[in-house]
Design a protein around this ligand. Sequence first.
Ligand SMILES: NC(=O)c1ccc[n+]([C@@H]2O[C@H](COP(=O)([O-])OP(=O)(O)OC[C@H]3O[C@@H](n4cnc5c(N)ncnc54)[C@H](OP(=O)(O)O)[C@@H]3O)[C@@H](O)[C@H]2O)c1
Length: 269
Amino acid sequence: MELRSLGLTGLQVSPLGLGTVKFGRNQGVKYPRPFALPSDREALALLELAWDLGINLLDTAPAYGESEERLGRLLRQCRRNWVIVTKVGEEFGDGASSFDFSAAATRASVERSLRRLGVATLDAVLIHSSGDDLTILEREEVLPTLRHLQQAGLIRAVGMSSKTVAGGLRAVECCDVVMVTYNLAQREGLPVIRAADAAGRGVLIKKGLLSGHLDPLTNADPVQASMELIYAEPGVSSVVVGTLNPEHLRANVAAAERSLLLLRERGCR
Ligand SMILES: NC(=O)c1ccc[n+]([C@@H]2O[C@H](COP(=O)([O-])OP(=O)(O)OC[C@H]3O[C@@H](n4cnc5c(N)ncnc54)[C@H](OP(=O)(O)O)[C@@H]3O)[C@@H](O)[C@H]2O)c1
């Protein structure tokens, strides 16, 4: 897959990224079906397949259970030039999420991510919003602390995984990257994507396949239709989709490539 710029961060990412919630957490999640966490061998095989298919972007978070720690361990066996996005602010333990956007928690979380992932610099750290995006961006210590850590060379790009349109628009003003929900059933984030494009911010799409809840969609090929919707927006840097199924991974890459080709032929990109 042809890499794209993640806004003005200097990072180049594949238009499809691999989400890794399902590598580390199967409690308190809203997927259509329960599932077992993959073995290390299965997770490593998925990572290798993703790389071979042209994916260079991985999305993780401390709130995704064992995901970040596991990725760090597995990537030591599969060293490539991955771009890894992680997050701060949310923790998941004893079946529930908790949030802390203080300077001390931010610093501790970033230091732990560096250690777990075994890197000297984190490519991108997104604020894992609790839902109150504006308060977090404007009143909490997390953003200035991340900027400080960025100046110290520990982080390349700073962003927010937003939950509201107002928060997404504010993140466009004060961050390098914004992560937005955008799919066939939830299009409210479109103004955020367009504002980010105009401002040169990186745009990562989450829930592009409705977290797997594709059944209610009436499209003949909902994966293809989803990719076409998303890539029609030139501001999109990458859509992050998780899967434990190698066939789904192959199908997603094929649908992404078909959509990008179609859009190029139609002169939209
Ligand atoms: N920051 C946040 O607040 C936040 C929230 C949610 C997600 N995220 C990030 O964004 C990513 C996307 O989130 P998400 O909510 O969409 O969940 P996701 O973790 O990406 O899961 C996608 C779901 O779709 C299914 N799927 C994937 N490809 C498919 C295909 N071709 N056909 C049918 N089903 C398919 C997967 O099941 P199979 O395993 O069976 O393929 C999985 O259950 C996450 O992985 C995570 O990295 C961030």
